[in-house]
Design a protein around this ligand. Structure first.
Ligand SMILES: O=P(O)(O)OC[C@@]1(O)O[C@H](CO)[C@@H](O)[C@@H]1O
Length: 319
């Protein structure tokens, strides 16, 4: 069983544009989809499609359309009941695959609701293989929420993955090694932010086939207690660093349609491969196959096992 927490779930509304976005103009959209989203919800969806037991934990009113959508997909969930509906995040996709996201802050959670949410995750985590803590935190939730939760989860013996950004990510790192998770999934900006590396240089080097800056940044986090750091590098694939070694995986060729959910899919792939007993290089291979399959799908659509092109992911062991 895998548990995902989405403290700030969303309904993802994707508008497809037939022409490049023209700022300040009225433009017609050619299609709209609405899907249940938020990073942990996406991870849960991809895991569910793979046939692995999963429960998504999230705050939402009982009548919220996100819950109806999850029921329709057959994704199991547990909620903390809140009064205000989940936020609506807007994605604009342009013909060349450029994706623009406008994310709302989300509804305020009171201290009592924050504690109910943490207690629900701890309850569900008992006996689970992994808990995945993903996404931003809505107003009212302290920045160190994930740090506190990792500390509460560790005694249960469950593995913990964290994928977040900005202050919650910084607060987590500030609380290492006590709050160090089993998997941290920063993107290149986050890796640079956390380690003082230059984001542009790190990305440019990875694009040119040299992921060493991403590896050193990831290694500095492993040195501070994280079991595995998977740094995602967009079209340049991802690196995985553990205390045993470092690997880079380049993705299979795809036509990118929407990057929304690519990072979440890579987390799902990593955790699924770990549950299947795969070694580090194959966990990275599966993660990158999942991430690139998601990027080749429209809107917030997530990959199913038949969408994966694992054979064309090239994994290289690095020194
Ligand atoms: O605002 P956050 O929590 O950082 O990110 C939320 C979000 O952009 O992440 C998912 C894609 O990763 C989307 O489903 C959702 O809209």
């Amino acid at each position: 069983m895998i548990i995902t927490l989405t403290a700030n779930p969303s309904l993802d509304r994707t508008a497809t544009l037939d022409a490049p976005l023209a700022r300040g103009q009225v433009q017609r959209v050619s299609g709209v989809t609405v899907e249940p989203g938020g990073k942990g919800v996406n991870v849960a969806r991809a895991i569910h499609y793979a046939g692995h037991p999963v429960t998504a934990v999230l705050p939402a009113p009982d009548s919220d359309p996100i819950l109806a959508a999850l029921r329709q997909l057959g994704v199991a969930y547990r909620t903390v009941e809140v009064a205000e509906g989940v936020r609506m995040n807007l994605t604009l996709t342009e013909p060349d695959g450029t994706t623009t996201k406008l994310n709302e802050p989300g509804p305020l959670l009171t201290d009592a609701l924050v504690e109910q949410l943490a207690a629900l995750v701890v309850e569900q985590a008992t006996g689970a293989e992994w808990v995945v803590l993903s996404g931003s935190l809505p107003p009212g939730v302290p920045h160190d929420f994930y740090a506190t939760l990792v500390r509460r989860l560790r005694p249960l013996g469950v593995k913990v993955a964290v994928d977040t950004s900005d202050e919650p990510l910084q607060a987590l790192v500030d609380n290492f090694p006590d709050a160090a998770p089993d998997l941290l999934k920063p993107n290149s900006d986050e890796l640079a932010q956390l380690t003082g590396a230059d984001a542009e240089q790190l990305e440019a080097a990875a694009k040119a086939g040299d992921p060493s800056a991403a590896v050193s940044a990831s290694r500095s986090l492993v040195d501070r207690g994280v079991r595995a750091v998977m740094g995602t590098l967009g079209a340049s694939g991802a690196v995985l660093v553990t205390s045993e070694g470092a690997w880079h995986a380049s993705p299979p060729p795809i036509v990118p349609r929407s990057t929304v959910g690519a990072g979440d899919s890579s987390v799902a792939g990593y955790v699924l491969a770990d549950c299947g007993g795969e070694a580090a290089p194959d966990r990275l291979r599966t993660a990158v196959a999942y991430g690139s399959a998601a990027a080749s799908k429209a809107g917030s659509a997530l990959p199913k096992p038949e969408d994966l092109n694992t054979a064309e992911v090239v994994v290289t062991e690095l020194g």
